[in-house]
Design a protein around this ligand. Structure first.
Ligand code: EPU
Length: 341
């Protein structure tokens, strides 16, 4: 199918619901379009690749070309005694993919249920929730390089995964388009139910009754209780990463704030709960015109309707300054700011 270039209003294509227009927009629906797409990319100063729009801040006027990934397909491509290898096209909705795998008996992704976004975006920020990080289930990523005009396959190691970070997150916007992701799912199910909120699952496990579907349902319930549904209230999940500090700084902050929630890392550093810092700084439930801080999870910024990127970035900036002034900790934004070069 040949590419159709159009102008597109994007407020329903980003979960923050920000007002944004892309004057030059194309849907990418199959791999045969990649050579033509490469020509188009080379005619523009900049390109932005959009998946489910759940981890982006889109400007009111999108500069350059926007490529929306809309490919579909899920298949079992290989199996060994230990793993199922499942390949999904980048445009598949993440949650529907997790559900489809579970329906087929391909388990291991259930802790990642209900994360908004697409399969293709999942390795970019190495999504993670309730004790499972994507990198532990991923086999390889196929990505098209617009600079070289060719497909490249990245092993898990080559993806350079870290907490909410990867090789792809650090590349210039629009250089790579992830086309498909291959997952290695364990045939021997190992439930991950240590997370405090999964207490019901631990009770079932103790009775020998725990099934993957229980974990899936429990994770969906926790997320529905804690996190706003983007279909109802615009948001991009956690707006900041949990900052990591050294032991000296952790002890210092902890001495002044005994209630601080923090997790020791294998290397002796400490990951601080940014939601706790922002909450204790007094921001939870704060509202400024069309934007605000969610009243149940201070790490989530929300759009009450009609907000622009400038509104949300102004609020984020105020929170960062205040958290730095109060705790000496610099917060790092999680969603990508589209259109910045
Ligand atoms: N907390 C507060 N006040 C708040 C929010 C949180 O005191 O307003 C405290 C909580 O009581 C808890 C701690 O902070 O003790 C951590 O909160 P929570 O368990 O809700 O998790 P989180 O660190 O805020 C991370 C991920 C989420 C993921 C959850 C569950 C990041 C930046 N966020 O949130 O991922 O769903 O853990 O695993 O790592 C996302 O990245 O968009 C996302 C939603």
């Amino acid at each position: 199918m040949s590419l159709e270039v159009q102008s597109k209003e994007l407020s329903s294509m980003n979960t923050l619901g920000l007002r944004s227009v892309a004057p030059t927009y194309v849907d990418y629906v199959d791999d045969e379009q990649l050579p033509e797409l490469t020509d188009l990319v080379r005619q523009h100063d900049q390109t932005f690749v959009l998946g489910g729009g759940s981890n982006v801040v889109l400007p009111e006027q999108m500069p350059g070309l926007m490529v929306h990934v809309a490919t579909r397909g899920i298949a079992l491509v290989d199996e060994t005694p230990r793993h199922w290898f499942i390949e999904a096209q980048a445009g598949e909705n993440w949650h529907e993919f997790v559900r489809a795998c579970l329906d087929q008996g391909w388990v291991g992704l259930e802790n990642l249920a209900l994360i908004p976004g697409t399969v293709g975006a999942s390795p970019v920020q190495n999504i993670g929730a309730y004790g499972v990080e994507l990198e532990t289930r991923l086999e390889q990523v196929s990505a098209w390089d617009f600079h070289e005009g060719r497909l490249q396959v990245f092993s898990r190691d080559a993806c350079n995964f870290a907490y909410r970070d990867s090789f792809f997150k650090r590349q210039p916007q629009g250089r790579w388009l992830i086309t498909k992701v291959c997952f290695a799912l364990p045939r021997q199910w190992e439930p991950r139910i240590d997370y405090p909120d999964l207490v019901g699952c631990r009770a079932l496990e103790a009775k020998g009754l725990l099934q993957p579907q229980h974990v899936f349902d429990a994770v969906c319930e926790v997320r529905r209780n804690k996190l706003p549904d983007p279909a109802v209230l615009g948001n991009a999940g956690s707006f900041f990463k949990n900052p990591v500090v050294d032991a000296v700084q952790y002890q210092h902050i902890k001495a002044i704030n005994p209630g601080l929630v923090a997790y020791e890392q294998a290397d002796g550093t400490w990951k601080l709960a940014a939601g706790w810092l922002i909450d204790k700084a007094g921001w939870k439930g704060f509202r400024d015109g069309p934007v605000g801080v969610h009243d149940r999870q201070a790490l989530v910024l929300v759009n009450y309707g009609g907000a622009t990127a400038d509104d949300i970035q102004a609020l984020a900036g105020r929170i960062c300054e205040d958290v730095f002034a109060k705790y000496g900790v610099a917060l790092e934004q999680e969603p990508v700011r589209a259109g910045l070069t």
